[in-house]
Ligand binder design. Structure first.
Ligand SMILES: CC(C)(COP(=O)(O)OP(=O)(O)OC[C@H]1O[C@@H](n2cnc3c(N)ncnc32)[C@H](O)[C@@H]1OP(=O)(O)O)[C@@H](O)C(=O)NCCC(=O)NCCS
Length: 175
């Protein structure tokens, strides 16, 4: 991998983030949406993450943003899940397989730990072998498969959940 800088995203990064995300939506089952999303939606997403204290990070290569990653609440507002987060990571199509996705998730882990989080969770399409393998290498364990909970491109999609402890299993926490 040539030199990659990872930093927090700014609104100026959103057009590049939008292009990466819409390419993933159009050409893969990595995201279970069908319609392209918009700059307004990405801005609302960045603002919501920032307001809630969650990070959005970008990887910067020679020609700008080559990937982004983030995490947020797992299963919305259910307070019992407050020590768990769900993350996402996407790399620009011409920059995949060079270690950028790995680097982005590695950067997320200490940010989640610093927030006192206990578990990081990824929901990954079962056919996405690249992502499953990357997460295994990063210490994530495949903990569940939900058959046919998604549908895209005229077929059913199985969702795999992978999780990684950010500290140790059973770590003490305030109630
Ligand atoms: C999945 C994704 C984030 C992985 O990031 P990446 O930078 O390509 O992955 P890395 O280079 O860090 O490599 C990790 C593993 O991914 C695999 N991989 C995934 N896509 C690959 C590609 N296009 N070319 C080569 N290897 C790929 C490799 O097997 C590699 O494992 P290895 O080093 O043991 O061979 C990225 O490929 C991507 O954005 N894909 C499309 C969107 C997506 O699937 N997002 C994740 C949703 S859960």
């Amino acid at each position: 991998m040539s030199s990659i800088e990872v930093r927090h995203a700014t609104p100026e990064d959103l057009p590049a983030i939008l292009d990466i995300y819409n390419e993933v939506i159009a050409n893969s089952t990595a995201v279970y949406s069908v319609a392209p999303t918009t700059l307004e939606e990405r801005l609302a997403w960045l603002e919501a993450r920032t307001r809630e204290g969650y990070p959005v990070i970008v990887a910067i290569g020679e020609d700008g943003v080559v990937g982004f990653a983030s995490f947020g609440q797992f299963r919305g507002a259910w307070v019992g899940y407050r020590y768990s987060v769900e993350h996402s990571v996407h790399v620009r199509s011409d920059e995949r397989g060079k270690g950028i996705g790995t680097r982005l998730v590695q950067e997320l882990l200490p940010l989640a730990r610093a927030m006192g989080k206990h578990v990081m969770i990824g929901g990954i399409d079962a056919s996405n072998q690249g992502s499953i393998r990357m997460h295994e290498r990063l210490g994530f364990e495949r903990v569940a498969t939900m058959p046919e909970v998604g549908r895209k491109f005229g077929r059913w999609l199985d969702l795999v959940f992978m999780q990684r402890f950010l500290d140790e299993s059973g770590a003490p926490r305030e109630d």
